[in-house]
Design a binder for this molecule. Sequence first.
Ligand SMILES: [Fe+2]
Length: 340
Amino acid sequence: MHPETLETYGSHDFHGGIDVLCTAHYKIDPDSGDMLFFAATGPVITWYRADAKTGHVVESHSLDIKVPVLMDDFAVSDHYAIFFVTPAQVRLDHVMQGKPGVVWDEASLPHGVQIVLMDRRTHTATWHEVGGHWANTHFYNAYECNGQVIVDGHRITRLGTPADRLDTPVTSHSWFPPALPHRWRVDLATGSATEEMTSGVAGEFPRINDAYTGREHRYGYFVTTRALAEDTMSDGLAKQDFLSDATTVIEGPEALTSPGEPVFVARQNATSEDDGYLLTLWWNRLTGLSELLVHDAADLRRTPLARVKLPSRVPFGFHGNWADHATLDRAVSASRGGTG
Ligand SMILES: [Fe+2]
């Protein structure tokens, strides 16, 4: 996009390095600045590492996971790219027949959900059985600690149209029921995997302070899905403290509801992990328009620090990131130099 007018230029294919659709959930390695992402094409996952400065892919590796999992997000730790193999699957053959394309197929995974750890340097993959039939929505983060890989994310009891009733339409809340925050642990010595629920507050769109990607984080942020209203996606903004095990939830001020994915922006010269701002887009029921709210992430209160009224409605469920002034200025000067 043009950094000033937001005019669309087109797709960036990493100078010919990518010829498939990729996840929206790339990660930036805080040590190297590398961009880490994947594409899921049928049962094949291709992992990519790109140099964010040049926009070139510098590494890729494909992995066959045998089933066409609907894989929207993944997690990375210091050593691993982490993928979950679940019954939520994309069936293009069904789409061609006019049937639902996202199918809940427990029969395809007789041993239940598996976690795949792919070594980011050697590309060796190990499989770890968690068991049970469920799916992930999005992840907070992953990190390695005391011989374990720890992954935080949201877990949903099912996702998609059940494989045995493809001809029966399901409502959107039944297609995508509320998810709950969970933590998974893989013991690297024994290979065993376990899971636990980390909050009883249902929600979606988990994020962290991105500077902690792959490192131990204490805080997470998400939007709540406690009630299932017909006209909204979410109904509150939450902060999870993984150390004290506490979930703080705030409602929207006045007629604001259905917040979208929270984006954490560190304060300049921040002194702690949560020293910064949470940016969220909310829907104003009275005007039908969206508003960008800025909250103090360290001291989450219903009344925001700032409220920016937008001239339009931003559709629910958008993913976003923050670009600071220096980043935008660089993009503007590059576009003015004709290299944008
Ligand atoms: Fe997503």
